[in-house]
Structures are given as C-alpha cells and as structure tokens.
Design a protein around this ligand. Structure first.
Ligand code: IPM
Ligand code: MN
Length: 348
C-alpha cells in the first residue's frame, strides 16, 4: 500500500491533481486494534469516500478464529454487500517478458495472455439464504448453502461484460452450468435475451464451467471477456491468475451500483494475491498488483484513463527492463518492494 500511495502522490504532483485520502483498519489489524475485522469507523470512512483502495487482510495469526470472524469473511464479504460491489473485474494479463512465470508451455501462449474475467460478486451461493448448519431428527448434521439469482442481478453484470467487451475485441463468453443448475438456466436465458436486445453487435458465446476451466488451461487466449456468477468466477479467476504468472501482478476492481462524487462508479480496488504471510514485513513483496489496482481505481472511479494507462505503462516498462521482485525474477536479480516502486516511479 505504501508503494501504491507513493505512485499516486507522484502522478498527482506531476499532473497537478490533489489526492484526498484517509487510512482505516480492516482485517487482521482491525481485529487486533478494534476486536472486529470490519469496524464501524472503517465502514463510515469508506462510505464518505469516492473509492476504496484496499490492502490485504489475512494471516496465520487469525486463522484459528471461527470462520465467521476471520478477516476475509468478516471484512471483505460485508464490504462487498454494504456497497453493492456487484462487478468484480480481474484483468488476466501476462506480459510476453514474463511468459516463464506461467506454468503453461511457451508455445501455447507465444505472445503472453490478455483476457479479462468479470465475476458477479454479491449474489449466488455466497449470499443466498438459507445458509445454515442444522441437526436432523436422526442425529445427523446437515449444512445448506443456497444459490439464487434474479434477472436484474444477471442483467447488470451482463451490462458490465458488454461494456468491457466494447473496449476490447467485442467477444464475450458467458460461463454457467446450465446442464445442471436452475440458476444457470436462468443465467443463460437472461444473458442471451439481454445481449440480443441491447448488444446485438457483440459476439456472445456460452460455455459450461467445467469446460471453461479446461479451456483456460489449454488455450487461454481463445477468450477475451469471460463473465460468470460468483463462485464460478472465484474459481476461474484464480486459475486465470496462475496461468498469468504471479499473483503479485494481479489487480482487481469491484464496482458498485452507486455513483461517487465524480459521477463514476464507487468501487473497491485490491490486489488479488492475498497477504503472502511468509514474506510479510520483509520488504520483499511485489507491489505491482497494488499499484495496478490504484491505476484501475483512477480509471473506473475517477475517469482518469490517461493517468491509469501511464501507470500501467510504467509497471510494464519496469518489468521489461528486468527489474523484478523475487516472485517474477527468473534469473534476474531480485529487488525489494521499495526499489521496485522507485523503478516504476522513475519510469513515470
Ligand atoms: C476472492 C477471495 C474471497 C472470495 C475470499 C477471501 C472471501 O477468494 O476475492 O476471490 O472468495 O471471494
Ligand atoms: Mn478467490
């Protein structure tokens, strides 16, 4: 986060815009200081902001808490719900210079990877009710999660996928499990109708999620915009992350329904890689995902496309120049978080 703020301050100074921000505790540090993963003060701070730039929230120290109190579940999920952050956008970008970081063979991805995963984030089995564990009369225990979708929830994420496709090649693949799940039958029908009515110019296809998992590993670039429901998107976006090399490069945006004071979507921007507890506090973590998340924030929540592109270009130029943190070093000398951030700023 320090690295990302440094980058933001640098571009603000250079381009002459002001940066008005405050920091709030969330996750592990909030449990330590306030007793809960998502204190009210943090929610209020977020509510008064135009966007949230989110750090990383877990760690071994809090792993033994009951699941409902753990940093991930008790902070991220309520934040998503509270701010209706229904659209999660995860760019799957692998620079050609980093092909060695991907577990896929070079001949399958000779030019790297450039796809986007759009995941519905506030519906489906994550939030559906009932969600409970209950004791049956015969003494057995039963647990239940409910997968539920409404047409309006499907249509609004379809619109995000369509808008994303318009900035790219116009190709959209909707992923479901319509051969088994009722929610997926509705998903496929709603998506088909919606695109037919509002975006007939786009090239829409459908794929079952099991096949999509396989196709991602076989030939990821057959996709351009991939969009799907909450749990499928959780799983497929991790698969996408690993084929794109390091989690340390993966940014994400979660956009809400409301407009902020800039007339743009309120959103939460976070690296997809988690806390990397093994190297926490050592100054070794790759800051790129957090910096790229800040770029996504400028693009989506502040309408600053040119500045966002500049930051993305500087990250790419730094990696191309062979300046790399340990996770993406591959034969290059590994630099620390601070040096990496400084090298990116130098290229701005
Ligand atoms: C993610 C994470 C979260 C999710 C967890 C931490 C609750 O895996 O953002 O993909 O499952 O959505
Ligand atoms: Mn996940």
């Amino acid at each position: 986060m320090e690295a990302a703020l440094q980058v933001l301050k640098h571009v603000a100074g250079e381009e002459g815009f002001s940066l008005d921000y405050a920091s709030y505790d969330v996750g592990g540090i909030a449990i330590d200081r306030h007793g809960v993963a998502l204190p009210d003060s943090t929610v209020h701070g977020c509510a008064g902001a135009a966007a949230i730039l989110f750090g990383s929230v877990g760690g071994p120290k809090w792993e033994n808490l009951p699941p409902a109190e753990q940093p991930e579940r008790a902070a991220l999920l309520p934040l998503r719900k509270r701010f209706s952050l229904f659209a999660n956008i995860r760019p799957g970008l692998l620079f050609p210079e980093l092909i060695d970081a991907s577990p896929l063979k070079r001949e399958r991805i000779p030019e790297g990877i450039d796809i986007v995963c759009i995941r519905e984030l506030t519906g489906g089995i994550y939030f559906g009710q009932p969600k409970e564990t209950r004791l049956l009369e015969n003494g057995e225990t039963e647990a239940i999660d409910t997968m539920v979708y409404k047409t309006s929830e499907i249509e609004r994420i379809a619109e995000v996928a369509a808008q994303t496709a318009k900035t790219r090649s116009g190709k959209v693949c909707s992923v479901d499990k319509a051969n088994v799940l009722t929610t997926s039958v509705l998903w496929r029908k709603t998506v088909t109708d919606y695109f037919g009515k509002h975006h007939p110019d786009l090239q829409l296809s459908h794929m079952y999620v099991d096949n999509a998992a396989m196709q991602l590993a076989r030939d990821p670039n057959q996709f351009d915009v991939l969009f799907t429901e909450n749990m499928f998107g959780d799983i497929l976006s991790d698969e996408m992350a690993v084929i794109c090399g390091s989690l340390g490069m993966m940014a994400s945006a979660s956009l809400g329904t409301g407009a902020n004071t800039h007339g743009k979507p309120f959103g939460l921007y976070e690296p997809a890689g988690g806390t990397a507890p093994d190297i926490a506090g050592k100054g070794l973590a790759n800051p790129c995902a957090q910096i790229l998340s800040a770029a996504l924030m400028l693009r989506h929540s502040f309408g600053m496309e040119a500045t966002a592109s500049r930051i993305e270009g500087a990250v790419r130029a730094t990696v191309e120049a062979g300046i790399r943190t340990g996770d993406i070093a591959f034969g290059h000398k590994a630099v620390g978080t601070k040096e990496m951030a400084e090298a990116i700023i130098a290229r701005l």
